[in-house]
Design a protein around this ligand. Sequence first.
Ligand SMILES: [Zn+2]
Length: 441
Amino acid sequence: MTIYLARALDTPEDPFRGGVLRAEESVAFRVVDGVIVDRGTLAGVLTRAEPLEDELIDLRDGLLLPGLIDTHVHYPQVRAIGALGMPLLEWLDTCALPEEQKLAEDGYAHAVAAEFCFGLLSAGTTTALVFGSHYATAVDSLFREADRVGLRVTSGLVVSDRLLPEPLLTTPERAYDEAVALANRWHGVRRNRYAVTPRFSLSASEPILEACAEVMQEIPTAFFTSHVNENLAEVAAVAELFPEASGYVDTYDRAGLLGPRSVLAHNVHASEVELKVLAERDTAISHCPTSNAALGSGLFPLASHVDAGVRVALGSDVGAGTGFSLLKEGLQAYFMQRLLADAGLPLTPAHLLWLATAAGASALGLAHQIGDLSIGKQFDAVLIRPRLGDPLDVCLRNTSSSEEALGRVFALGTVNDVAGVWIGGGQVSGAIRSPRPPLTR
Ligand SMILES: [Zn+2]
């Protein structure tokens, strides 16, 4: 049993629906078996606890946030991050797909899985919906490594049967068999869960999408994830391949793949009809702003999604994105909305925190367990503590409100400011550095 004393910020209620930032300069969390069983003033928590048995850890020299949640990140692309200057389809051909083929080799895949999980943890990401590999053995490596380090990972075998390099292709039968075998091995095992994952409709024929739907029927609590409406050339190519479909979203919907456990990445070029369908299915969208900017995919219409009642969370889209930091994704999401001028949705620091935490928990069906630091939730948390004298440290010492401090964290924070990460009450990354004066005044 541990009591953490912290300057904590979270968003238990959706700021897009009237929720506000919850910020406390000094709040105590009593954590038992990984779960927050009490929160309040230290005196209050101590009165209700059995103090002799509890360790007290003072984290008030940093800002404690809920663990960050990445809803779209490609495990096989860690070594491909940062290739600039290409639109989506060219980037896939010259950069991502050649790298993804290397994961056919077990040793390579295992090394990449370790790099990938380290990348997530060191960025303060505690939960992720991970786009897996085209190779079942490589997906196994990912689940094994995630399990070893304690990450909450939902992932699966990526399947395609056309228009990709031959080594990445499969058949509907093999896609079904391998997916079911992987799901039986990993779905619901500790923090791992399975996600049925056709790469995108461009590379997935109707028969393989039907095979995906059969896996969903076989494993009814599995998740579904893919890409949609990312790039205009891609959208046009999908329209040609699916003449019967009313749009890109419909290519998945007509196969019965959309529901509350479905998360589609991007949706930059969404029609009103498609937004209505997504809202009706309660399917969530993973918004990947640095990727959308780096590939020139477009400016995400967040206001249309919110107005239509479509759930939106953040994704890093590594390697098309520019790193694992969801702080950077939050800042880029803010930039995107600014650039949309009158069509943009002005985002406050509370919106950014919501998108990087509780919105992800909702998208992944985990809102009852994670996403904020309320009583009853798992203690998944990240401590932001910049180096003494760093511009972020200077700013945090000179802000007048917690909301302002949170804005500075998104504007200036990097993975180097992540000083500690907890998942289910266990500290999994980052040594607690030497104490320094608290930021609280
Ligand atoms: Zn992606």
